[in-house]
Design a protein around this ligand. Sequence first.
Ligand code: ADP
Length: 515
Amino acid sequence: MHSVKQPGLLPAISPATGKKLADIKETPLHQVSESYSRARRASSKWSDISITARLTYLKKLKSVMVDEMDSIARTISDDTGKPLTEAIVADIMPTLDSIDHIIKHSEKDLRRQKISTPVLLFGKKSFIEYMPRGVVLVISPWNYPFQLAMVPIISALAAGNSVILKPSEVTPLVGKCIEELFAQAEFPQNTVQVAHGGKEVGAAFTKGKPDYIFFTGSVRTGKIIQEQAARDLIPTTLELGGKDPMIVFADANLERAAKGAVWGAFTNSGQVCMSAERLYVERSVYPEFLQRLKEEVGILRQGTGEEADIGSMTFPAQREIVRGQLEEAIQNGAVLETGTSPAEWGDDMFLPLTIVTNVTQDMKIIQEETFGPLLPVVPFDSEDEAVSMANGTVFGLNASVWSRDMEKARRVASQLVSGAVVINDVIISVANHGLPFGGAKESGIGRYHGSGGLRMFCHEKAIVEDTGKNAAEIQWYPYRGKYPLFLQLFQSYFKEKRDWPKFVKSYLALLKRSK
Ligand code: ADP
């Protein structure tokens, strides 16, 4: 199905048809250092211009994206095998929305902030300044190849950095499309560079000493990148995998919960770090809920184009991970409620939507990220049991709790060790750019989106200003005769009820000795 790779070229293969779409020129490894030199020159110019001026470029980018929306959606869909609707809803829209959010908030978030100054630092003023870090390396994955590259790029740019993007080699057409969009939006040369290639290219750029690394991908690669970053003391954000639990209580709106579970588990063929990968259902409604799930799955259309609900898998190797987990579960007694066993799968990349029951907490299908259209369903008897099973993996990215009792839903949400929790919906917290996004445990390090998602691309600099009028400060040399006065000063200041007369007296005495 897949043609052999030519040296120096990355083949873009349609996972839905197996046909080659294009060859993209790889970035030679010997160009790494030259790319960084170009990026550094670009970053010093880009950081010098005002945020307002940077935003005019982002506005232009947004307008190009709106004009080219259909063609971008088709490129994403061709390259990943996902339905066009998912390309536009989950890749393009969140990117545009993040540009809007950044246009609205970045000037306020990145301007010098005045901070109150304690009385002990009398006569001074305090500020925080946000200074661009320099060159940001963004390494992105194939599941949402547009959004997961564009949002960190745009945030890093708004904060005044130049960017090198290493897109996933599995979806090279989208990488090329991103490169072209920045060219069309006429960003200054080398402010955004795209390094095309596989993991060797990613590794070479990681070793090239960027000023920040923003990585989205697997836990395994995240750990490799963090190791290199530790050697060079480079700060990182790691957005890694998930095994998100969905907890459905008997008092939930079951019709909505069943539709939500099927969408949450199977959107993007389950290749979502925040997809519902484990479904815990209160035992009293378990049989009824299972029936509802089967009915919802039964109406979905698999294929390509505008009418499809479910596309193909994107990455051939991922199909084998899904196969391995399902085979292990079946061998250990799991029951298929929908779908077929892997022995009956065809050769193509369209996998059956598979609901699995009779699974145990120790199975891979419950413990490891699947990233495919498998949904294990497990009954639970109590709130505590649901929380303990939901927290029982190494991941903690997102989760959902379904109940009409909001107090109970909030109580459970508070107990989940997770970067986000959605009540009576799935995944959607990622769509509010005002909320932090990131994982707990092995799901990652750091948060982006919101003010934090801009400020993390800056050095947070503390500034203290003094008018410089006094000849000296009270804590400066010489110390002779000052100890008893400091004793009085601090005792009067820190005691439960401040003794201001004593404080002022000792302060003036210290000042006198400091002239
Ligand atoms: P996934 O395939 O699930 O997206 P990966 O972690 O394999 O996750 O890949 C994510 C991104 O990381 C891709 O762009 C890939 O080329 C890149 N990558 C893989 N291995 C390395 C590595 N050792 N160093 C830097 N980047 C890498």
